[in-house]
Design a protein around this ligand. Structure first.
Ligand SMILES: NC(=O)c1ccc[n+]([C@@H]2O[C@H](COP(=O)([O-])OP(=O)(O)OC[C@H]3O[C@@H](n4cnc5c(N)ncnc54)[C@H](O)[C@@H]3O)[C@@H](O)[C@H]2O)c1
Length: 433
């Protein structure tokens, strides 16, 4: 569907069933940026992109198509990135030093897509310069930086978005609406993982650029899989449960890619909520069979938003002839050790589930996320919850990383609680503060 203009976006959200009836406010309040709009169709946002590398250029492709945006400048310290970005925006001004871009008074907003260890200073400087900021996740290199960035957003009043595209992904929005409506019963656990089978390396033109290009693999510039991958998926768990965990434990190791990297290639973490519910997160990059997913497990059903499906525990009985075959199989296996009385009942029929949106997913929320940022930056209106969800997503992965590094179970660091009560459960603050 073409979602270029406000009318279409509203229609799109209405079709999702997330407009009206209080659902929007309860589940994904940041979508209000599309719902209660004023007409901004004649306005154009002057945007600068800092760090137009792989992610930055991916987002620039959406932004360059957006009629409300002029990407007037880019800043990068690496010429090949600048050259590739200029293919998307040939007339953009080029800066090597991002501070010169920030000094341009015409620029109203910036997209920051540099490596993790550089976000903090750039975002702080950008907010001090009065620019609205979209910063890629994870926002800060440590929890203290994240808090200072969030506080700076509050004190300067600029719009602050983070690169959590699931918050604008129709699959996730609809899945959360169903979860919060109780469609899957009582949610007791969230299991999430992101597996790959590759070394996660980028080609390096000259050896001296190894740490610059492969910044993800080195401790000074990255916290590895936690900050690159867990950040997205942990947020899904807290979004589903509407609260923060109170404890975390975990383990990380380098098992397979022993190639000089400093960050783990094999991680398991466990986040525990105050009522005993759990969120498991793990990543292994030497086996991709199970890919990535966030499973939200309820007493009545399961939802897997990444593949866009949900499954009920009880499914309709299968046709009689298939039941007959199953009964024969049951007879054949009834004496064997592995088959028990529960075997037939639990595997009687493959449960293929249903698509959350009625069809196979074909895009993520990145495009809508950039549109929302543009809308917010033009109106100067910060949508509820967006900075806070991004902030806590970053805190969760960095806190987990700390538990792994220290080899200890850690309590939620209360000094990083913020005043956030968006789900009306109060548990983002009162349980922990
Ligand atoms: N939301 C997502 O799904 C998603 C996906 C991929 C990456 N990311 C995030 O995007 C960010 C960038 O990742 P990437 O894969 O594009 O990395 P990248 O290495 O491809 O790009 C980073 C760019 O920043 C430039 N840069 C480095 N230091 C700079 C500085 N001081 N000033 C200006 N430019 C500088 C580099 O030259 C490069 O062009 C990271 O925070 C990453 O976690 C998010």
């Amino acid at each position: 569907m073409d979602i270029d203009d406000i009318q279409n976006r509203r229609l799109f959200l209405r079709n999702l069933g997330v407009l009206g009836g209080g659902i929007l406010a309860a589940t994904s309040p940041w979508l209000s940026i599309f719902a209660d709009v004023k007409d901004t169709s004649g306005e154009r946002l002057k945007l600068g992109v800092i760090g137009p590398g792989s992610r930055g250029r991916f987002l620039m492709k959406f932004l360059a198509k957006n009629k409300k945006v002029d990407i007037v400048a880019i800043a990068d310290i690496y010429q090949p990135s600048i050259d590739e970005a200029l293919e998307i925006v040939p007339t953009a001004k080029v800066y090597k030093d991002y501070r010169r871009l920030l000094a341009d008074k015409n620029i109203q907003a910036v997209l920051v897509a540099t490596p993790l260890n550089t976000h903090f200073q750039i975002v702080m400087d950008a907010m001090d310069a009065g620019k609205h900021v979209y910063c890629e996740k994870t926002i800060g290199y440590d929890m203290d930086q994240c808090k200072r960035m969030y506080d700076k957003h509050l004190s300067t009043g600029v719009v602050f978005f983070t690169g959590q595209q699931r918050l604008f992904d129709p699959r996730y929005i609809k899945a959360m609406q169903m979860v919060h409506d109780g469609v899957f019963g009582e949610i007791t656990k969230v299991r999430a993982w992101w597996n790959r089978n590759n070394d996660w390396r980028r080609e390096v033109p000259e050896p001296r650029l190894e740490k610059f290009i492969n910044w993800r693999l080195y401790k000074a510039s990255s916290k590895g899989l936690m900050t690159e991958l867990a950040c997205h998926q942990l947020q899904v768990g807290t979004w589903a449960l509407g609260k923060l965990p109170e404890k975390v434990m975990g383990h990380g190791s380098i098992n397979y890619w022993k190639d000089g990297r400093e960050v783990y290639d094999n991680i398991s973490t466990l986040y525990i909520f105050n009522d005993g519910r759990k969120m498991e997160w793990g990543s292994d990059i030497a086996n991709k069979f199970y890919g990535l997913e966030e499973q939200i497990l309820g007493s009545v059903g399961t939802v897997e938003p990444e593949r866009g499906k949900y499954f009920f525990e009880e499914i309709a009985p299968q046709p009689a002839f298939l039941q007959m075959i199953r009964e024969w199989q049951q007879d054949i296996f009834s004496d064997s050790m592995f088959a028990g009385t529960s075997w037939m009942a639990e595997t009687a029929k493959p449960n293929h589930g249903e698509y959350i949106l009625g069809k196979k997913p074909d895009a993520d929320g990145s495009s809508l996320l950039t549109e929302a940022f543009v809308e917010a930056a033009i109106t100067g209106r910060q949508p509820a919850g967006i900075a806070e969800e991004g902030y806590y997503a970053s805190i969760l992965c960095l806190w987990g990383h700390e538990a792994i590094s220290r080899g200890e179970a850690l309590d939620f660091p209360k000094e990083y609680c913020i005043d956030y009560d968006v789900y009306g459960t109060s548990e983002y603050k009162t349980d922990l503060a």
